[in-house]
Design a protein around this ligand. Sequence first.
Ligand code: CP
Ligand code: NVA
Length: 304
Amino acid sequence: VPSKAPRHFLTLNDINRAELQQIITRAIELKAMLRQGTAPEPFNNKVLAMIFEKNSTRTRVSFESGMAKLGGHAIFLSTKDSQLGRGEPIEDAARCIASMVDMVMIRTYAHSTVQRFAEYSRVPVINGLTDEYHPCQLLADIQTYVEQRGSLAGKTVAWVGDGNNMCNSYIQAAELCDFELRIATPKGFEPEDEFVTPYKDRVSLSNDPRAAVAGADLVVTDTWASMGQEDEKKQREKIFSGYQVNKDLMSLANSDALFMHCLPAYRGKEVSADILDAPDAVVWEEAENRMHAQNALMEFLFNQ
Ligand code: CP
Ligand code: NVA
């Protein structure tokens, strides 16, 4: 039984600037070693439980494959086929699951569910996306930018579209990585004040995607209807129609600007097909980096 409180990763604010840098540097190293077939096995005898209340492709595959490649094992649990879907309290599940594994990754609707799980878990808990945050995706995005262009410090990032979980995590990233974040959303779809107010000096809100993207070094968007908002899809498509990232919008950004998207993407909606399918698109590298960044994160958490 661990003697001290476990170190969780529920939002980017759970790590400091130096730790982020260490994780990104290690992610790049582990990626190179995996590609050369010289990766270590730091997860030998370690088991990760992965709990999903929502669907996933990348998060599941990246965590499960990452654990396996570095010597560990992962268990997939969905609320559909575990007792969590039949009303077992999250606190009870946390105590039991954490007693048998070494780390937990959990994806939920309410962010408070992840917080409650973490409170009762004696092993580190990683947020694999909630309605409020997606910190693991930011690790991958930061790694990708660093690999392609170097440090994000002093750069300008444009967030175009919905003020959602990804947007909230970008706000925290702006502080950790020292960049300016310009958020352009339709009226009424801004991130909540509580997420923006502490970062007012580096984050700005508007309803003008062109102004946000002008001179940006990185342009990011996400689906217009997140998981749980399926009923609003049609209505949102109308409201967000002026917020598509396409060649015309990207032409306003810096000439070496990158486009990122956490995926899944909807061509012809939030992003045009030519941007996503461009030969120099980094979104596929960004997706692969989920695995490398999370491998580095898990190693970091195991070493606390
Ligand atoms: N980007 C991301 O989290 O993808 P999945 O929903 O497929 O896990
Ligand atoms: N904002 C999206 C991200 C999916 C990875 C959602 O929450 O569904």
